[in-house]
Each structure stands twice: as structure tokens, then as C-alpha cells.
Write a protein that binds this ligand. Structure first.
Ligand SMILES: *[C@@H]1O[C@H](CO)[C@@H](O)[C@H](O)[C@H]1NC(C)=O
Ligand SMILES: *[C@@H]1O[C@H](CO)[C@@H](O)[C@H](O)[C@H]1NC(C)=O
Ligand SMILES: *[C@@H]1O[C@H](CO)[C@@H](O)[C@H](O)[C@H]1NC(C)=O
Ligand SMILES: *[C@@H]1O[C@H](CO)[C@@H](O)[C@H](O)[C@H]1NC(C)=O
Ligand SMILES: *[C@@H]1O[C@H](CO)[C@@H](O)[C@H](O)[C@H]1NC(C)=O
Ligand SMILES: *[C@@H]1O[C@H](CO)[C@@H](O)[C@H](O)[C@H]1NC(C)=O
Length: 816
């Protein structure tokens, strides 16, 4: 029972002196003919990273020979005799003296496993620092056999998946049967390459379970997470005439990492956190419901954030093939084309393409790929060939934008979903289907709350779609006046007539909300769907704001997050600028926080914490989660809506930008609400940190139930109490606390922490405020350290505000 460890020189020395089995003295990672490794002994790689030896997985008592990470012995990355376990500890690994094979022998001399390597007289075995167990010819140094060629359930840096097209050798991962049984389980992770555009597919026996999406030149299209770790673990994809493979390496100094297929069919990229001695999950697939292969069937589109439409919708121009099945959430039958394509035999057609933005591209199994042509040529090729139903770029460009190469789909479009930093897919549709989609064409499996008319605002559900703006609806003259924009939008435009009908010509009886920027109406579409229609005040819009409208809408539409409301459609006709959201019979947060005691009591302590968390997540996503950096500019309680589950949804992001006042005499531009505006925003410096400040105010208002207001009273009040360690006094007395049986001190510390985070957010200097993502992390990680806030600059600023009152008033547009 001896462990060889090259760092423990003394032990090693003892081992060499005492043991008759000296495993190649001086080089503990190698052994050759005539030597062996028995159960209880181990072989350790030169740098100590990997260990080879016998082990029993989980609760099993059986013995297996395997390789594991020395720092984490349950992280087994290769198993020799996975199908032929030994019943006792009599096993021994030898290099056969006649053939030079590895042989794993049991107690009675039976062979439990053999490497079946070429017959060579002079061989040496080595456990390399990469975790690769290698048999090489001592003279020619050629590799005769290596464990990297026989993967288990783990892909290590330097390993490959895929196929050698010359030799026919194939490498894939196979899950264990269970944590106690490393024999082959139900899942295989295979590199598919039928199109020479590789993608990794997880198979559950003979059915696809999960695809990563095709390789886009930088990462697998459906795994944008890779962009965050590709620096430390560069991905390598080779698609040549000799091999199609995928693997990754690790930069020197990078932490330990492995990719594992679990017995439950989940693929994880794990990275070793040496400070906590745990494996951190950097990627996990399937990630959510939409990753289940073919979830929404052919021509369906899955949206993981659209719980209100049961995640599935049909692409524009398609309807559920079987509506009753869809109602029962059986969506795998997919969708049917509404209007047949009009493609004559020689390709002259009136068909067009609709853009589906930001998706994991559909299954490429039957697609054809040409990486040598441009995306424009791809469009022409697809246009000219009636059997082409959709196309997309094969590779994305650095820094976003278009792409190059061409993928053409001629069969069903299967396994399509929205994904962060996804690609653009162009779908062929008959001319009549290219216009603004009529709602009846969508699969709405929405469960609308039966309770009716309460003053509400907006929430979002987005139904899948994208739309070419009707060309005749866009005045070319106006377009030219403005900055050029892309011709395709992520949200459909809707005509004014439809919205007038829906709101009884913007009837006053339909008004459900009013703000500085516009009036919100409740409307009803012919199909019965209720919508919230926000008609922006024309007088408040700046000239630039009018021009920028569609571009801003585009930005807003791309922000998709569970804590942000989502845009359904927009209208940009003549002087009108209108935003359409799905209506939900719920309200904005201020109505509860500043409401009557009974309304205040609706939101418990726990719910308030969840709401604060949700807002932080939503704003953090706007700031850095979406690939763009969007400043909200007008974060306040009125702009936080609550869904049926009291989940916070941040509304109105980006809109404020359209209203920025431009004064001819100075560069001063201000849009903010009194009490929420950071000091520098009053000086017209709009940065992400302005939102952090507003968030701090929002947080303290939610806890205290008090309005901050222009005099910043709440901030000084909260600071005072916090300084005196009287944090419980900050909490609104109407808030329901958990039963007294639970120790109050627990709430006290959570509350204190929360207030401290709020006070950090309202620091005078933007540099002293944490980034929104840090705020979100501090709110969720109860144990992390939080900096001590400085005394906020409220006192100084009160003077500033009063001294500059005229200036402030004249430039604040959105007065309450
Ligand atoms: C393993 O090696 C030791 C010492 O070299 C030897 O005595 C023993 O018989 C070997 N066992 C097997 C199964 O070869
Ligand atoms: C392996 O080679 C040796 C001589 O090099 C020979 O004696 C032996 O029979 C060979 N074994 C097999 C299985 O081919
Ligand atoms: C193809 O188009 C040409 C005109 O461009 C027309 O003469 C011909 O009949 C068309 N062929 C078919 C099969 O529609
Ligand atoms: C189909 O296309 C032809 C031109 O190729 C056009 O004349 C005809 O109107 C189109 N039919 C429909 C239904 O769009
Ligand atoms: C590809 O074609 C084969 C054979 O027609 C079919 O079985 C399979 O479902 C197709 N795959 C996709 C993703 O359409
Ligand atoms: C249309 O595309 C299909 C599939 O890529 C191809 O087999 C066919 O030859 C093409 N037809 C023409 C006329 O190019």
C-alpha cells in the first residue's frame, strides 16, 4: 500500500529502498516489461497532476483500473476495465513480456483487460503529465498505444473527438452507466461532420438528445459560454480531408479542466478552483428546456425565456401542425407552412427571406455547406434554387456583424432556438407571408390570468418572430434623413390602423398609465390577445430621437432576460412612435411599495429580497450580459413591473435615450427622475454607474417603503440608521416578517447586508460604486465580503441641487 509521489523525496527513497517492486527508480511515471502496478500502488505523472491506480467508484465495491486527478480522486477521467471489474484487490497491471501489451490480470491470472497494442519486444509505459497513459517503443519512441485514443466519459486538454478519415479511427465520449458503474451508459458525445461543418451531438442511444450547434469559426454556435473561457482553453476544430476533429488545449498556468458526460446525459465543462478545492461548472449542456433536441419540432423556434408561451412558437409564416397537440404541450410535431412557396421550375419566384436573428442554427445533418462563398452569394444561390428553404453564414466575423460562408437547408429546419450571441438564419417564405405577421399565425399557448382589469402595465412575452419591414411602409426619404439602418428588425412592425382599432382610437377609457415619455393604453387584438400600447409623446421626442427610434427598438428587442420586459412590436408611422408589449394584469412596483398598508403588506420580506435580486440581475444583463452595453437611464420603481409570480421585470430600458434634451446653448442633456438621478447624471454624464446609483435608491426604497425624492431624504435617513447599527429600523413596518420562532438576527444580518450594498451603490464618486454584475453577485452570495461604504455625498449635493434648482428643473423632462 504505497503511494509514489515525486514531491515527497523521502517517501520515495524509502519506497525504493524497501520495496522489491521498485517502479523504475528515479522516474515514477514510467514502467516497463517485467514491472507491474498492483492494487494499492499508484503511478503518478511527472508533475503530479494525474494518478493511475485501482479504485472503486461510488458505492461499488468492485475494483477498476483508472486515471484520476491527484487533487480530486473522485474525478476519474479514464477507466481501463470498465466492463470487466475485478471482485477483489488482487488485480495487477503488467506489460506483457511477450507481446508488450498492457494486461490487467485478476487474482487467478485471468485477463480483465488488454490494450491489444502491436506486438513489440521493447516497450515502456508512461503516465504523461497530460493524463495520457502511453505505451511506446523504447527504441523508435513511436507511440504504440495511448489511453487518449480510448476515451471514457471525459475529454481532457490535448484529447480529440472526431474521426481520422484515413484510418477510420473514431473518438467519442461515452457516459458511465451510473456513478457506481463505469461501464458504457446511455449517452454518447460524438462529433458529427457530415457537412464538414462539425458540431457536437449528444446521443441517447439512437436518438439525438442535444446539439451544440455547428462550429462558427470561434465556438460551437449554441455554446456562447465558450467565448468566456476560450482564452485559457483554446478550442481546436480541424476539418480536412484527413480528419475532422475537435479538441481543446490548456494554456500554461490555466487551472485544471475537464469536460465530462454524466450518466444522466449532461455535458459539463468543469474547472478546478484550487482556493476552494471544488470543480466549478463553466458550461453545462443541455442548459435549459430549449436545448432538448427538436423541442419545438420542424420549423418551430424555442425561446427559453418565454415561459408564458410554453417556450415554443412557430417561425413566421408557419402554424402548429397539430394545434390540439400544441395545447397539450406536445410540440415536437412542429409547424406547417401557411402559404406554399411560389417557386417555378427555373427559380424565378416571388418568394423572399425573413431574418431570424440570434439563434442556434438548425440541425445541419442534411444541410450543404460551402465555406468559399460570401453570404451575399449564398443568398443568391438559395434564391435561385427552389429546394433551398433557409440559409445562414457558416462563420461569424470577429466583433459580430455579418459572416462568411454558406449553409443551405433543403429539408426541415429542426432544433432551432434563441441563444445569446446566436447567428442569423434567413428563412424562405412566400411573398404574402413576409409582411407583419398576423397574430393568428402564432402558436399562442398563453395562459392569461383570468383576473381582469387592474391598472397594469406591461410585461412581456415575445412570440417568436422577425420580420422584413414592409418596404412600402418605409418612406425612403425619411430613411435617408436618418442614419442608415439595417433593413430587418428583430421585432415586427405593426401598422397604426391595427393599434387604433385595438385601443378604440387611443380612447381615454383605455389609458392604464402615464409617464413623462408617453401614455400607456390597454388594447385588445382581434384574436383576443391583450396588449399594452405605449404611445410616445411626440412633443417630448427629440429630432434625433425620432430618427433613432427604430435603431433603439432594435437594441431593446435584442435584450432578452427573465427580468426585463420584452417588446412585442413597434409602430413607426408618420409622426407616431409606439411600442407594443403584452399586457399582464399586474402592476408596477411603486404601487405596492408606496401604497396603502394592505398593499404594502402584499410583498413580504422574502419577496422584496427576490425583487431586489431580480432587478439587479436584469440591469446587470443590460450592462454586460447581452454583448452590448445598454444604460437604462431611468431606473425607478415605476419602471419595475411584476409578473404573476411577483417576479421583477425592468421596463422602459433604452426609451429614455430618445428623449435626451439637447440644449442649443450648452451640451447639457438630462433625462432622469428626481431622487433617482446620480450626481454626475445631473452634469449630463451618462454611464453604467448612473444606473448603479439609481438601483441603490430603488433598493433602499423597496426596503423602507419611503420615497427618496429630490431632497434625498431617504438616503441620509438610511445612512444614519446604518451608521448607528439600527438596520431593522430601515425596514418598512408594514412588511410581513417570518414567524418569530425564527431568530430575528438572521433577517437583521441579511437586511444589514442589503442596506450596505445599497449604500455602496449611492456613493458620490462613480468609481466607488460596484459594477452591476458585482452587485448581483453580492446579493446572491451571502458569504462574500462587501466593502465599507463611505458617507454618501448627499449633504453636499443637497446644497448643489438647491443652488442649481432652476437649471435642474428646466432640464428634467420626466417629472413625476
Ligand atoms: C509484480 O512484480 C513483482 C516484483 O517484480 C513480482 O514479484 C510479481 O510476481 C509481479 N506480479 C505479477 C502478477 O506479474
Ligand atoms: C510476438 O513477437 C514474438 C517475437 O518478437 C513472438 O515470439 C511472439 O509469438 C509474438 N506474439 C504474437 C501474439 O504475435
Ligand atoms: C424559365 O424561365 C424562362 C424565362 O426566363 C421561361 O422561358 C421558361 O419557360 C421557364 N421554364 C420553366 C420550366 O418554368
Ligand atoms: C408566383 O410568381 C409569379 C412570377 O414568377 C407571379 O406572376 C405570381 O403572381 C406569383 N403567385 C403568387 C400566388 O404569388
Ligand atoms: C436527414 O435526412 C434523413 C433521411 O432522409 C432523415 O431521416 C433525417 O431526419 C434528416 N435530418 C434532419 C435533421 O432533417
Ligand atoms: C438545388 O440544391 C440542391 C441541394 O443543394 C441540389 O441538389 C440541386 O442540384 C440544386 N439545384 C440547382 C438547379 O442548382
Amino acid at each position: 500500500m504505497m503511494a509514489v509521489n515525486c514531491t515527497l523525496q523521502i517517501l520515495l527513497l524509502l519506497f525504493i529502498l524497501l520495496s522489491p517492486v521498485a517502479i523504475t527508480a528515479g522516474a515514477t511515471d514510467t514502467f516497463s516489461k517485467g514491472q507491474n502496478v498492483t492494487d494499492g500502488e499508484t503511478l503518478v505523472s511527472a508533475g503530479g497532476t494525474f494518478t493511475l491506480g485501482f479504485f472503486s467508484p461510488g458505492a461499488s465495491a468492485k475494483r477498476y483500473l483508472g486515471i484520476w486527478f491527484s487533487v480530486s480522486s473522485d474525478a476519474v477521467c479514464w477507466v481501463a476495465n470498465c466492463e470487466h471489474p475485478l471482485d477483489d484487490t488482487s488485480g495487477v497491471l503488467v506489460v506483457a513480456s511477450d507481446t508488450g501489451d498492457f494486461l490487467l490480470l485478476g487474482g487467478s491470472g485471468e485477463v480483465a483487460w488488454s490494450s491489444n497494442s502491436p506486438n513489440t519486444s521493447s516497450v515502456e509505459a508512461q503516465l504523461q503529465e497530460s493524463g495520457n497513459l502511453v505505451l511506446h517503443d523504447q527504441r523508435s519512441k513511436t507511440i504504440l498505444w495511448q489511453s487518449f485514443d480510448h476515451p471514457s466519459n471525459t475529454l481532457l486538454p490535448g484529447m480529440k473527438m472526431g474521426k481520422n478519415l484515413w484510418t477510420g479511427d473514431e473518438w467519442y465520449l461515452t457516459s458511465w452507466r451510473s456513478p457506481d458503474d463505469p461501464s458504457p451508459g446511455g449517452y454518447r458525445r460524438v462529433l458529427e461532420y457530415t457537412t464538414r461543418l462539425p458540431e457536437v451531438v449528444l446521443w441517447q442511444r439512437d436518438a439525438k438528445a442535444y446539439r451544440t450547434g455547428p462550429w462558427n469559426g470561434r465556438w460551437f454556435n449554441g455554446v456562447p459560454e465558450a467565448s468566456t473561457y476560450a482564452h485559457d482553453f483554446p478550442l481546436h476544430v480541424t476539418a480536412s480531408t484527413s480528419e475532422v476533429t475537435y479538441g481543446y488545449t490548456a494554456r500554461p498556468g490555466a487551472p485544471l479542466t475537464r469536460v465530462v458526460v454524466s450518466d444522466a446525459g449532461v455535458v459539463r465543462r468543469l474547472v478546478w478552483d484550487a482556493s476552494t478545492s471544488t470543480w466549478k461548472t463553466f458550461f453545462q449542456g443541455p442548459r435549459d428546456v430549449c436545448d432538448a433536441y427538436g423541442k419545438c419540432g420542424a420549423f418551430g423556434l424555442c425561446d427559453a425565456s418565454a415561459a408564458s408561451s410554453a417556450f415554443c412558437g412557430c417561425l413566421q409564416g408557419f402554424s402548429p401542425a397539430s394545434p390540439p397537440a400544441w395545447y397539450m404541450r406536445e410540440t415536437s410535431d412542429g409547424c406547417r407552412r401557411n402559404v406554399p412557396l411560389n417557386c417555378s421550375g427555373n427559380g424565378t419566384a416571388t418568394d423572399g427571406f425573413v431574418l431570424v436573428r440570434g439563434v442556434k442554427l438548425p440541425d445541419t445533418q442534411n444541410a450543404s455547406v460551402d465555406t468559399s462563398i460570401s453570404t451575399e452569394e449564398c443568398r443568391a444561390r438559395c434564391s435561385a434554387n427552389c429546394s433551398c428553404l433557409a440559409y445562414a453564414s457558416a462563420e461569424i466575423r470577429e466583433g459580430g456583424g455579418g459572416g462568411s460562408g454558406c449553409i443551405i437547408w433543403t429539408g426541415d429546419v429542426v432544433d432551432l432556438r434563441y441563444v445569446d450571441r446566436g447567428q442569423d438564419l434567413y428563412l424562405r417564405l412566400a411573398e404574402s407571408e413576409l409582411a407583419m405577421p398576423k397574430s393568428s399565425k402564432f402558436a399562442i399557448v398563453t395562459v392569461l390570468a383570468p383576473v381582469a382589469s387592474v391598472i397594469g402595465i406591461i410585461l412581456v412575452l415575445l412570440f417568436v418572430i422577425i420580420c422584413w419591414r414592409r418596404k412600402h411602409k418605409i418612406s425612403h426619404k425619411r430613411l435617408n434623413d436618418c442614419i442608415p439602418q439595417s433593413s430587418a428588425m428583430t421585432v415586427p412592425s405593426v401598422d397604426l390602423h391595427t393599434l387604433k382599432q385595438a385601443t378604440l382610437n387611443f380612447s381615454e377609457t383605455h389609458v392604464i398609465g402615464q409617464g413623462g415619455f408617453g401614455i400607456v393604453y390597454k388594447g385588445q387584438l382581434p384574436d383576443g390577445r391583450t396588449i399594452a400600447v405605449k404611445r410616445l409623446k411626440q412633443s417630448a421626442l427629440t429630432k434625433k430621437g425620432k430618427c433613432d427610434f427604430t435603431r433603439e427598438v432594435e437594441v431593446m428587442a435584442r435584450l432578452r432576460h427573465g427580468n426585463l420586459v420584452r417588446l412585442l412590436a413597434y409602430c413607426d408611422e408618420g409622426e407616431e412612435r409606439i411600442l407594443v408589449y403584452a399586457y399582464m394584469p399586474n402592476k408596477s412596483l411603486d404601487l405596492y411599495i408606496f401604497g396603502e398598508p394592505s398593499l404594502r403588506a402584499t410583498l413580504s420580506w422574502r419577496q422584496r429580497l427576490d425583487i431586489i435580486n431580480g432587478i439587479a440581475q436584469g440591469v446587470a444583463y443590460m450592462h454586460e450580459g447581452s454583448g452590448e452595453s445598454v444604460v437604462h437611464r431611468d431606473l425607478k420603481l415605476q419602471n419595475v413591473l411584476l409578473d404573476d409570480n411577483w417576479r421583477a421585470k425592468v421596463a422602459d430600458f433604452g426609451t429614455a435615450k430618445l428623449f435626451v434634451a439637447e440644449r442649443a446653448d450648452s451640451s447639457l442633456t438630462i433625462v432622469n427622475s428626481p431622487g433617482y438621478a446620480s450626481p454626475e447624471s445631473l452634469r449630463a454624464e451618462m454611464t453604467l454607474k448612473c444606473d448603479v446609483y439609481s438601483f441603490g435608491v430603488v433598493l433602499l426604497e423597496i426596503l423602507s417603503g419611503q420615497r427618496n425624492g429630490e431632497a434625498q431624504r431617504l438616503l441620509s435617513h438610511a445612512w444614519g440608521l446604518w451608521e448607528q447599527d439600527r438596520t431593522m429600523a430601515v425596514l418598512d413596518s408594514a412588511v410581513n416578517l417570518p414567524p418569530l420562532s425564527r431568530p430575528d438576527s438572521h433577517i437583521g444580518s441579511e437586511l444589514g447586508r442589503c442596506i450596505q450594498i445599497g449604500l455602496l451603490c449611492i456613493q458620490e464618486s462613480p468609481d466607488d460604486r460596484p459594477a452591476m454584475s458585482d452587485v448581483a453577485a453580492m446579493l446572491t452570495t451571502k458569504t462574500s465580503q462587501i466593502a465599507q461604504p463611505n458617507r454618501p455625498g448627499i449633504y453636499n449635493r443637497t446644497r448643489f441641487v438647491t443652488g442649481q434648482a432652476d437649471l435642474t428643473r428646466s432640464t428634467i423632462i420626466d417629472l413625476e
